[in-house]
Design a protein around this ligand. Structure first.
Ligand code: FES
Ligand code: FES
Length: 151
């Protein structure tokens, strides 16, 4: 997280708790969500890291999850939002966004101190209707079976 923010200037990744409890620092490592504050940078050597900046297309168009968060006012202060969006994108790709309860369960590692949870869940559900499971940032993602567990 510190390398991303302080050496690479990718400040979209937020430092909340700095101890793996809030989800504000969520990024993708080879297409899987990880907490950047819990990783040493050397552990990412040779692997692909995607931050919130990488979700936006090169022409500046927002990712559908970003668009839904904006359209549904799914934030107040916005500090948790990058982590929420990264986790939501992964949640959808993994096939864990089939119902509001499932979204709450698989997004439970992302804390919002402003309690924007109803709008966050609504945004994820709407984005799930557009995206569906299977891919994330160019990587194929194992999709959950009907019981909700991954292969
Ligand atoms: S800053 Fe990483 S989980 Fe809170
Ligand atoms: S919008 Fe403020 S912490 Fe989530």
């Amino acid at each position: 997280m510190d390398v991303l923010r302080e050496q690479l200037g990718l400040t979209g990744t937020k430092k909340g708790c700095d101890r793996g409890e809030c989800g504000a620092c969520t990024v993708f490592l080879d297409g899987r969500r990880v907490l950047a504050c819990m990783m040493l940078a050397v552990a990412a050597t040779g692997r692909e890291v995607t931050t919130i900046e990488g979700l936006t297309s090169s022409d500046g168009a927002l990712h559908p999850v970003q668009r839904e968060f904006l359209d549904n006012d799914a934030f107040q202060c916005g500090f948790c939002t990058p982590g929420q969006i990264m986790s939501a994108t992964a949640c959808i790709a993994e096939g864990h966004a089939g119902s509001d309860d499932e979204i709450r369960e698989w997004m439970s590692g992302n804390i919002c101190r402003c309690a924007a949870y109803p709008q966050i869940v609504s945004s994820v559900a709407k984005a799930n209707g557009q995206l569906g499971a299977g891919t994330i940032a160019g990587f194929a993602v194992p999709v959950a079976d009907e019981a909700g567990s991954e292969p």
